[in-house]
Design a protein around this ligand. Structure first.
Ligand SMILES: Cc1cc2nc3c(=O)[nH]c(=O)nc-3n(C[C@H](O)[C@H](O)[C@H](O)COP(=O)(O)OP(=O)(O)OC[C@H]3O[C@@H](n4cnc5c(N)ncnc54)[C@H](O)[C@@H]3O)c2cc1C
Length: 384
């Protein structure tokens, strides 16, 4: 092992969307960051699809990343319903005075654009370097890398998606016994930029307009999801039609399906002296309301702003980290609570609740200020 190297810069673990946005936003504040990313520079991001809220677009615009994104599909209308009961709500961008309610894009597209932006900004990123261990003391954070180095800085931000072996136990956790089946699907009718969110007793399902097709997120119990994902394509498309209904005409084709288990886990930003956790490293949410990823981008943005406002000698101090945790609490816990409420209220077939939900959706449809409130929360978070 070589001697500890004092970088003087802020260290960032992970160049996923959240770590990369943090490094770019820090550069705008005049603060140098050094980023360590476990994957190699030529690794292409996986096949996830992301739904970006309008507020996230604003962040990416300010960082000069938005114009680099080619494969983005705006959502201009959202249709929300529940299977087997009354009550529909429709959200429309023009009613709310915004160009779009959200944007759909491949994860790989966003990470590639961010990678170029990091390079153009001259930000130091070491690809293919995994951080094995994060150690901290009152005066510095120390990152131990898999290639045997120790890097020292006044503050380390962990944006590793919560995948590090040393991730702390969540402060709050809920297992929904739900797994998401995700893939792209072709439909008979064009999407016209309309998204569908459909609540069923087995879990919510969403169709998001993506290029000339839809991205599907279909949640079911762990066992059912594995069975659904393994169906031959024709049977899968027929099952999807029964599950979702025929608003888009027939389902004509599906890309290979992937599954991922869903849970709520709130670890929080507080890690140790001189170390802060952001993005999925701090909270993992069910994808039903598209909140988790967008909260992660706001984590990065807010942390960079606070670092920019903090005198150099106070960077990474207990007071600074406490101020960050305090500042993020409303947005993060608001998003967690909203998401958890939706999953638990809608994922059952309890008749009184089914009717109450129908009334809720009707009320949302009939009371414009209520609708605007919900839409703003989805676009900008709890402090929107
Ligand atoms: C399988 C899956 C599917 C998802 N699908 C959707 C979806 O359909 N829609 C949606 O909106 N959201 C989805 N999400 C959530 C969304 O991907 C996350 O909210 C978002 O990616 C969080 O960004 P992040 O930068 O915090 O973490 P990540 O995107 O996970 O990035 C973490 C980065 O850290 C790197 N890293 C990890 N460990 C180390 C280490 N030890 N040292 C150095 N680098 C490290 C990783 O290589 C990666 O590049 C999904 C999440 C998962 C796990």
């Amino acid at each position: 092992m070589t001697a500890a190297q004092d970088t003087g810069d802020l260290l960032v673990v992970g160049a996923g969307p959240v770590g990369a946005v943090l490094a770019l936003a820090l550069a705008q504040q005049g603060v140098a960051a050094r980023v360590l990313e476990a994957q190699s520079a030529d690794a292409r991001g996986d096949t996830r699809t992301l739904a970006l809220a309008h507020g996230s677009r604003l962040i990416l615009e300010r960082l000069g990343v938005w114009t680099r994104l080619a494969d983005v599909t705006p959502i201009t209308r959202i249709h929300i319903s529940q299977r087997g009961a009354l009550g529909v709500t429709r959200l429309a961008a023009d009613e709310l005075g915004v160009p779009a309610l959200g944007y759909v894009l491949p994860y790989a597209e966003l990470t590639a654009a961010l990678k170029h932006a990091l390079g153009d900004a001259g930000i130091a990123v070491e690809y293919g370097v995994a951080v094995d261990r994060v150690e901290s003391s009152a005066d510095a954070a120390r990152l131990h890398t898999a290639d045997g180095r120790t890097l020292v800085a006044p503050l380390a931000a962990v944006a590793d998606g919560g995948r590090g072996d040393e991730a702390p136990q969540p402060k709050f956790e809920r297992n929904y016994d739900q797994t998401a089946v995700v893939c792209d699907v072709q439909t008979e009718l064009p999407h016209a930029n309309r998204a569908f969110e459909r609540f069923t007793p087995e879990g919510p399902a969403a169709l998001l307009p993506k290029g000339d097709r839809y991205a599907l997120v279909w949640t079911a119990s762990h066992a059912d999801a594995q069975r659904i994902a393994a169906l031959p394509e024709g049977e899968f498309l027929a099952a999807l039609y029964r599950h979702f209904g025929g608003r888009m005409g027939l389902f004509l084709g599906a890309s290979p399906r992937k599954t991922f288990p869903l849970r709520l886990a709130w670890t929080g930003s507080e890690a140790a002296d001189r170390v802060v956790r952001i993005g999925n490293a701090a909270q993992t949410l069910h994808p039903v309301a598209g909140q988790g990823f967008n909260i992660g981008l706001r984590d990065a943005w807010e942390l960079a702003s606070l670092v920019g406002d903090t005198p150099r000698e106070a960077l990474g101090s207990a007071a600074m980290l406490a101020a960050y945790a305090r500042g993020r609490r409303t947005d993060v816990l608001g998003g967690l609570g909203f998401t958890d409420f939706l999953v638990r209220t809608f994922s059952n077939d309890f008749a009184p609740l089914r009717h109450a939900r129908g009334l809720g959706l009707l009320a949302l449809e009939a009371v414009p200020p209520l609708k605007a409130f919900v839409a703003r929360r989805m676009m900008f978070g709890a402090r929107g």
